[in-house]
Each structure stands twice: as C-alpha cells, then as structure tokens.
Write a protein that binds this ligand. Sequence first.
Ligand code: IDP
Ligand code: MG
Length: 136
Amino acid sequence: MSERTFVMLKPDAVRRGLAGRILQRLEDAGLRMVAKQRLDVNEAQSGALYAEHEGKLFYDSLLTYVHSGPVIATVWEGPGAVALVRKLIGATNPAEAAPGTIRGDFGLAIDENVVHGSDSVQSAEREIPIFFPGLD
Ligand code: IDP
Ligand code: MG
C-alpha cells in the first residue's frame, strides 16, 4: 500500500553538502518526493518532533543540534515508504549502521547522524503536519 513518510536532512547533512546525494538515494529506491522545504527548525517544531525523548540525557543537546543550522524537511511517498526509508537510513548510531546505508556511509556520530526518518506510519502522520501543515 502506498504510504507517506517524513524525512529530515539534519543540520550536519546540509552543512556538509550531502543533501543531493541523500535525496538521490531515496529517489533511486523508487520513492517519490511530494514536499521539500529548507528551513530553520523552530522550538515548537523540534519540541513536537522529539517529544518522545523529553527528559532523556541527550534531549537538550539533540535540540541544540537540530537548531544549529538549516535542515531540509521532505515528505516521500511509495509502497512501504516508512520501512523502506528506515532501511535506507540504517541504525541510529552510525558506528553500528551497515555500509551502504545513509548513516553507515555519511554519519559521523550518534549525535550527528545526518537524517531523520519516521519510525512508523503513525509517527509519519504525526510528524508531517509539524513541518507541512497544509499538505494534501
Ligand atoms: P532514530 O533517529 O534512529 O529514530 P531515536 O532513538 O528516535 O533514533 O533518537 C532520535 C535522535 O536522537 C537520533 O537520531 C539521534 O540524533 C539522537 N540520539 C538518540 N540516542 C542518542 C544518544 O544516546 N546520544 C546522543 N544522541 C542520541
Ligand atoms: Mg526516532
């Protein structure tokens, strides 16, 4: 079934000029991009995106990181898009992410891991409107 997922190229990806190559990988996998915006994440957006992590030891540094420069927020569509993107992204910690995955190939550290991808259809439905409130 066709579904949508939210993918955010984090500030380190934008700073390092990796955006084109990362987006290309998602296109090569057959996904279709339906929205894209470069923006500075505001506190309402980061708070909502990372609400599940509030109170964790890394929460404050996670927010500092995501506010450290512009991101590229995107929405992708295709059969099994959520799981496919998670597979293409790889494990949270780049040191554990398989070669060939985005984090495995480009990630430098767990707190600079290049990209966010929704972890479920339910998360995608929650996350997309945080960044694209008017999207059909
Ligand atoms: P995910 O991005 O693979 O879904 P989550 O566990 O949801 O991973 O964590 C959200 C983000 O928080 C990660 O992508 C990473 O940037 C950051 N993060 C997670 N765990 C740690 C940690 O132990 N130290 C520092 N940052 C972390
Ligand atoms: Mg997550």
